[in-house]
Design a protein around this ligand. Structure first.
Ligand SMILES: [Zn+2]
Length: 347
């Protein structure tokens, strides 16, 4: 892979020799290939749970009750995974940027893509602080009347390199032809679209919505074969549906981020290794993209997700070149980081 994709950090290649030495991260081995995290969230306040809308309709008391329950469920989950509680004190933005930059260096990442970060303008400001380490996605509702124009602005003026959608938060159908100008903008700009389907949030989060099933974009993906649609978290509970979609649409890829807590709900046995194998045999190594879904501190980069995923691939005896694609090469190709060209400015 060396020479094919350039490191984002200027002197990334200088340390390549030492990357193969053991004990690089608290006793863990560094991967033998560059790692790029395609899916992280910059930890600023966002309303992913539609809090304001809920409170307006049903009142604050009910919201607080639901939030308390969700917090309890999520604390159970953190305990099971040995994750510390997220910092509750709001850190200044500059401090958070510095912390994330330090994480990228600490784990020897080639770079990290923040798929959300407080809106397009704020995220662009965050990226500006670390252009060699951070990359970002536009994130606004495709149902906004000016969504296509906003995507064009976010890419050509703000330098964002993809478009993130949270499908469970949308009201209408993602298949609606009224949204076609948005997909057309992505095609013109040559940026990938990352669409979250399936359950959203931790325990107590969103379990159903009009666009919960990834198959809803079947006709959209067929109508825009030049747009790469990446569906995160192995389908996030909709694995069979995502495999079916990806089988039908060669422009659909999968990202591997998240904790996959839903694997236990299947009528057949499913674990991380099986997930990798199902997608590897259905779509091959060029359409599987490593992500972590990291966001908050003190956890920072969710290193154990990377370790678990590498282990799954190694145990499946996935070859070195394919692992290099999955853990970094594919992300850098989709985000056009090979030559650092600005998307939307074709020569
Ligand atoms: Zn995410």
């Amino acid at each position: 892979m060396k020479g094919e994709v350039r490191g984002m950090i200027p002197d990334a290649d200088a340390g390549r020799e030492s990357q193969s030495t053991e004990g690089a991260f608290g006793g863990y081995r560094r991967p033998s290939f560059p790692v790029f995290d395609f899916h992280a969230h910059f930890p600023v306040e966002e309303d992913f749970a539609k809090k304001d809308e809920y409170i307006r309709r049903f009142g604050r008391e009910k919201w607080e009750k639901i939030a308390r329950e969700a917090d309890r469920l999520q604390e159970d989950w953190r305990q099971a995974w040995s994750f510390l509680r997220p910092d509750t004190e709001r850190e200044p933005l500059e401090a958070l940027m510095a912390r994330w930059a330090a994480e990228v260096d600490r784990y020897g990442l080639d770079g990290i893509a923040f798929v959300t970060g407080g809106g397009n303008d704020l995220l662009a400001r965050i990226l500006g602080s670390e252009p060699r380490r951070f990359v970002g996605f536009a994130h606004h509702s495709p149902e906004k009347p000016d969504a296509a124009e906003e995507l064009r602005r976010a890419v050509t003026e703000l330098g964002l390199r993809g478009y993130k959608i949270l499908a469970p938060l949308l009201e209408g159908s993602l298949a609606d032809e009224r949204l076609y100008p948005v997909w057309q903008a992505a095609e013109d700009l040559e940026v990938p679209i990352l669409i979250h389907f399936g359950i959203l949030g931790g325990g107590g989060g969103i379990g159903n919505a009009p666009n919960i099933d990834p198959l809803v974009i079947h006709d959209v993906a067929k109508a825009f074969p030049d747009v790469t649609f990446v569906i995160p978290h192995f389908g996030c509970g909709y694995t069979r549906e995502l495999l079916q979609l990806a089988w039908a649409c060669p422009n659909v890829s999968v990202d591997t981020s998240g904790n996959n807590e839903w694997v236990h709900w299947f009528p057949y046995e499913l674990d991380l290794k099986k997930l990798f194998w199902l997608f590897y045999e259905t779509v091959g190594p060029r359409r599987i993209i490593f992500g972590s879904d990291s966001s908050w501190f003190p956890r920072g980069f969710a290193h154990r997700y990377l370790l678990d995923q590498i282990r799954a691939c190694r145990e499946l005896r996935i070859g070195e070149d394919d692992m290099a694609l999955i853990f970094g090469g594919n992300a850098k190709r989709l985000l056009k980081l090979d030559d650092r060209a600005v998307p939307g400015e074709r020569g």
